[in-house]
Design a protein around this ligand. Structure first.
Ligand code: ATP
Length: 440
């Protein structure tokens, strides 16, 4: 009889370990992975996916099972000890302490730690048993579900439970890490998620780079501009660039030019889309598509021209750099030597950290581009020849356009030297940057 008690208690602790491992295994598998499993031809994968897709009920099933076996083990241990000991209070105390320790070490922590390391094989192995219990406990599960609903209703949370962009991006990262999608797909999905947060200001071509023409200029001047710049659309202004009154379209221009038209005013389209820099790119995209337009003029809060933005600028935020036939291709990363690089200011902080294996989270910084990042570290508008040291990198600003860094020089130093004295060097780097500046 004593042996029966002991063997049953051992069996219950083993079952408790099984439930704990199952809970961890199923909680560690991502939703995306469950979706992929559902498509599989293997039965166990389909079962595991079915369980994963009903996650709340699955966890309740496991909880019911785990509670039954844990309470069962504690009860049997107490019964057993009261049989062999005279003092019932002492027997109860010893059994409570022993079962708590045993369940904690063997029934909880150990199986959870192991399942965390290899969640998927364990989830597949456990799938038939868990599925059986899922149906066995279904009525109880259903009642608990109602109880849960009632509690949620009573203690309604006012917190926002909507999935944030960050959470979505984490899902995409997980899907990429587990191989469901490749790096390009991941990049595209992430750009699409972030797209709605981007405004015209993030993508415009700044005022200083605008190629525009005075309405009183000659057609020869327009011909020259089209030929030299390769742009298909040139804004037309009256008096100053702050007063754009039309867009000269290359095709219309050539046609009318051949017909003998001599006045730019009569060759331009008077339809000009004006937008403030705070306009969402997604809204502008819709507006341009609807109006069959390709270009918009960005007007600053003071009424002046701040820049221009074209469909291509908007699409580049989604799919990355698009090179036109006439674009001067500027490599984002130029390798100068084994440990020296030239990087474009528009290179993203994510790619920059990846490239130089910086063990920091790019999201800890506000900037999206290297240009913004350098400014953020310097804590001011960057200037040519500014230098700084970040982690094991020595950085020097090579060129600045419209207060944006166009290119930086990066020298990679030995990591070892820098790891411990990181912060100090960062400060020293900043200091040397400002020293050089004051010398100039
Ligand atoms: P298309 O490809 O239809 O021939 P495009 O090459 O002239 O047009 P886009 O492809 O729309 O121009 O834009 C390419 C880049 O050139 C964008 O960054 C855009 O802001 C910029 N751009 C276009 N027109 C001008 C212009 N007149 N002045 C300065 N930058 C321009």
């Amino acid at each position: 009889m004593d042996l029966f008690y002991i063997l049953t208690i051992i069996a219950l602790v083993i079952i408790s370990a099984f439930f704990s491992a199952a809970e961890t295994a199923y909680s560690s598998i991502t939703r995306v992975r469950f979706k992929a499993m559902a498509e599989s031809k293997h039965k166990r994968q389909v079962w595991a996916a079915a369980l994963g897709e009903n996650f709340e009920k699955l966890i309740t099933t496991i909880l019911i099972g785990n509670n039954i076996v844990n309470i069962g083990a504690a009860t049997l241990a107490t019964l057993f000890l009261t049989r062999i000991m005279e003092d019932a209070t002492l027997a109860g105390t010893i059994s409570t302490i022993t079962i708590t320790v045993v369940v904690l070490f063997l029934g909880e922590v150990a199986p959870k730690t192991l399942a965390k390391r290899n969640p998927e094989p364990f989830a597949l192995m456990a799938a038939p048993i868990v599925l059986f219990l899922y149906y066995l406990f279904y009525p109880l599960n259903w009642i608990l579900g109602l109880w849960q609903k009632l509690l949620t209703k009573i203690f309604k949370s006012k917190g926002d439970t909507a999935i944030t962009d960050e959470v979505l991006i984490t899902y995409v990262d997980e899907a990429e890490d587990s191989g469901e999608i490749d790096a390009e797909e991941s990049e595209l999905i992430k750009s699409a998620i972030e797209f709605d947060d981007l405004t015209v200001e993030d993508a415009l071509t700044p005022r200083v780079d605008i190629v525009a023409i005075d309405v009183t200029a000659s057609t020869d001047k327009a011909l020259e501009l089209f030929r030299e710049t390769g742009y298909s659309r040139i804004p037309v202004f009256k008096g100053s660039i702050d007063n754009i009154i039309g867009i000269l379209n290359e095709k219309d221009f050539y046609k009318l030019y051949m017909d003998g038209q001599k006045k730019i005013r009569n060759m331009m389209s008077k339809e000009v889309v004006l937008v403030p820099p705070s306009t969402k790119l997604s809204d502008l995209l819709k507006r341009l598509q609807k109006g069959k337009m390709h270009i918009a003029i960005v007007i600053s809060e003071f009424g002046g021209t701040m820049g221009i933005i074209t469909l291509e600028d908007i699409l580049e935020e989604l799919v990355g750099e698009i090179w036109d036939e006439h674009d001067d291709i500027e490599e984002p990363v130029k390798v100068l030597s084994e440990n020296e690089y030239e990087i474009a200011g528009q290179y993203t902080v994510d790619d920059f950290f990846d490239l130089f294996e910086i063990d920091k989270d790019p999201d800890d910084y506000d900037s999206v581009t290297v240009s913004g990042f350098v400014g953020e570290i310097l804590d001011r508008t960057p200037q040519v020849n500014d230098t700084l040291t970040f982690e094991n990198l020595f950085i020097k600003v090579l060129s600045v356009e419209y207060n944006r860094i166009a290119r930086i020089y990066v020298k990679v130093n030995e990591k070892q030297e820098f790891e411990d004295v990181n912060e100090g060097l960062l400060l020293r780097g900043l200091k040397s940057g400002s020293d050089e500046e004051s010398e100039e």
